[in-house]
Ligand binder design. Structure first.
Ligand code: HEC
Length: 225
């Protein structure tokens, strides 16, 4: 008898479904609507620039190769995380990440601040075969990317679309996207060769180079390239 008050709610399955849907909708609205009006979460950090043409290409490869299924890019404000990975992630660091790559699994370590942690040559060897760096690693090798020339045919267009979506690229940056990417690619290849590795012409203009340029930017969004 004491619990009879909820009988009208539960006795009719259609009514119960409607009430449940309403409860979920209210919860969803309360959670989802306010962030649209909280512009503070979409403000870039001071001094932040969007990804360069090459870094943007590298980012797209990171996405298409599924790196985010094993690597997160968000450091939570917990001591164990900040001790291991560095300062916790800020909303303003991800404003040029479209879509964001926070990830939800950490088979491998978090990469939000991996930029500058290792030289370019380290990454080159690690992508060729992670076991050469860490014998127990279960990261797949990405040696094939070093033999795939980076496709720059859509680079300008890519920046153009991002500009349309609000990323502050100048007309000049869009126009010079390919030349910019070529120049940064040459710089990355030179830094790998400086460490004594041999790269043939395909390798020096490969997808791996773009991926390395991108990784070296993570956690360094406010620094000059
Ligand atoms: C199957 C899971 C898996 C996938 C997929 C994967 N990784 Fe990893 N990654 C790992 C593991 C495990 C480690 C730690 C051992 C090592 O260094 O190899 C690691 C380490 C790394 C490190 C070194 C991090 C540090 O702080 O030492 C980088 C950089 C990295 N991965 C980048 C990538 C990129 C870029 C991709 C996609 C092209 C990728 N990984 C795909 C599992 C993965």
């Amino acid at each position: 008898m004491a619990f009879d008050w909820h009988r009208p709610l539960e006795s009719d399955s259609l009514r119960l479904t409607l009430w449940t849907a309403l409860a979920i909708a209210i919860g969803g609205i309360v959670l989802l609507i306010p962030p649209f009006f909280m512009q503070g979460t979409a403000e870039p950090l001071p001094g932040m620039r969007p990804y360069s043409a090459l870094e943007q290409e590298g980012r797209d490869l990171y996405l298409s190769e599924g790196c985010s299924t094993c690597h997160s890019q968000q450091i939570r404000p917990l001591k164990s995380e900040t001790d291991r990975y560095g300062g916790y992630s800020l909303a303003g660091e991800s404003v040029y990440d479209r879509p964001f790559l926070f990830g939800s699994r950490r088979t491998g370590p978090d990469l939000a601040r991996v930029g500058g942690k290792y030289p370019d040559s380290w990454h080159w060897i690690h992508f060729d075969d992670p076991r050469r760096i860490e014998p127990r690693s279960n990261m797949p090798d990405f040696a094939f990317m070093a033999r795939r020339p980076l496709d720059l045919s859509l680079t300008s267009r890519r920046l153009e679309v991002l500009k349309f979506l609000g990323h502050p690229y100048s007309e000049l940056e869009i126009e010079n996207a390919v030349a910019d990417a070529e120049a940064q690619m040459a710089a990355v290849a030179a830094s790998i060769r400086k460490d004594g590795l041999t790269l043939d012409e395909t390798a020096a203009r490969s997808e791996t180079i773009a991926l390395i340029a991108y990784l070296q930017r993570l956690g360094k969004m406010t620094e000059e390239r």
